[in-house]
Design a protein around this ligand. Sequence first.
Ligand code: KIV
Length: 312
Amino acid sequence: MSSGSRQQTDAQPPPVRKQVTVTRLAEMKDAGEPIVMVTAYDFPSAQVAEDVGVDIVLVGDSAANCVLGYDSTVPVGMEEMTMLASAVRRGLKTPLLVGDLPFGSYESSNELAIASAQAMVKQAGCDAVKLEGGGASVDRARAIIGAGIPVMGHVGLTPQTATALGGMKAQGRTAEKAIKVAEDAIALDRAGCFSIVIEAVPQAVSEMIADRLNAPTIGIGAGNSTAGQVLVLHDLTGINTGHVAKFVKRYSDVRSEMKRGLAAYAEEVRSGAFPGPEHVYSVEPSELDELRRRLNPEDIESSYSWDWEPLP
Ligand code: KIV
């Protein structure tokens, strides 16, 4: 048997990945199986997340900075978020899709929170939503869960209210401040959140908090004691420029690669090297002769009924 046919006979079909559900995430936590979460804001990134087999994809309101060019997450609205989340939905099958509720879409009442969460599920096809903070957000989370939509909480550094927290900086670095983060996390856990993101909190503090929760915790800048990790796609792949937080690890340099490709294209257009013969369509010479005979602008003009502007 040739090695070619042996390969064919022995080839295994790719393993069928099971749909990630909130129940599956709880099982992963119990089994000590790390949960991989990443953000995505468009169809091709969602396809990559699907191919790689991540567990949770978050259409984060970090889209505001990463793809919409705002300088914080505050200005992004529901219309923008549902449009981005719908595109991500079309690229995903197996990961759990979580839509971030943007600033102003849930804080003021349970009714508003439920309506916004329903839009994320109904219009955009999300499986769950995420909201930030404790306090009134705990009531909002409980109301949304009561309406049948799973909720992910988010404590520690909550970018939507970063100004009130003293800026985009680590939280819970004193016992008093850490207690506040823990209270928020415990309240969200008891309200029934299926998972809680802990952002920019010392590892030792996040470990103590995670130990006291039923829900799997997902850390970002919270060390490695959480049940899973999340990073912003544009930070980890190097699409973003400029300053990144201490907790970001760059795994690739996509922006340099995009620049290299785009600069090479511009260079070839300017030098005439692109398009080359391999990029153009051919036509039979007899058809070209026929075209030459018939391509008479005056005949074409007279075959249309409207008044033609004379060419300058
Ligand atoms: O919007 C976002 O990207 C987030 C993650 C950082 C958790 O909230």
